[in-house]
Ligand binder design. Structure first.
Ligand code: NI
Length: 211
């Protein structure tokens, strides 16, 4: 998931992420699939082996998410149809300071108790470049997932975390945030992306970064 404010965040390629995790091989930034790539409609399969390949994939996904920059990424967005996602909301409240990195990993996530109360967020998606729209989702959920060792966790989520987790979990079902919009709005978004690509694709961010 991408937020419009995130989209303008500092993206410093000189930051060496592997320093935080020195026991790992250098991580790789993976190409992100974009609409209308049909692979984004895949229903992802449960993760069954909690092995080194899974850890490698997760670390590459985390690096890819930070580099984009985004606050969440599902495995299918890098072409891997597994029920796996990474999220880091990277709170940037303290302006001028480096956001604290705290990536969270969700393997085989499930939503247990979506609340009747809904909330509205301006969502974006790394697979739907430069497009943002308000989406309504349950304001609170109970989430259950496994970690990289297969251990099961449960937690109640609210606010942006609840929204982001639901956005990423939609990817596991082949659903994008634009699928929550009216058909007309969705077509408009897809046309804008097509047009931007025809113009050469290079989106330049203005100083206030309004789209
Ligand atoms: Ni997304």
């Amino acid at each position: 998931m991408a937020l419009w404010r995130k989209h303008c965040a500092r993206d410093d390629p000189s930051v060496d992420l592997s320093k935080d995790r020195p026991y790992l091989r250098p991580m790789a930034i993976l190409p992100i699939l974009e609409v209308p790539d049909p692979r984004l409609k895949t229903i992802s399969k449960p993760v069954e082996s909690f092995d080194d390949d899974l850890k490698t994939l997760v670390n590459d996904m985390i690096e890819t998410m930070y580099a984009a920059p985004g606050i969440g990424l599902a495995a299918i967005q890098v072409g891997v149809p597994k029920r796996l996602l990474v999220i880091d909301l990277q709170d940037e409240e303290a302006e001028g300071e480096e956001p604290v990195r705290n990536p969270r990993i969700f393997v085989n996530p499930e939503i247990l108790d979506p609340s009747d109360e809904h909330s509205l967020y301006n969502e974006g998606c790394l697979s739907v470049p430069d497009q943002y729209a308000e989406v309504e989702r349950p304001a609170q959920i109970r989430a259950r997932w496994q970690d990289l060792d297969g251990k099961v966790h449960e937690e109640t989520m609210t606010g942006l975390m609840a929204t982001c987790l639901q956005h990423e979990m939609d990817h596991l079902e082949g659903i994008l945030f634009i699928d929550h919009l009216s058909r007309l709005k969705r077509q408009m978004v897809l046309k804008k992306i097509e047009k931007a690509r025809k113009m050469g694709g290079g989106h330049v961010h203005g100083p206030d970064c309004r789209h």
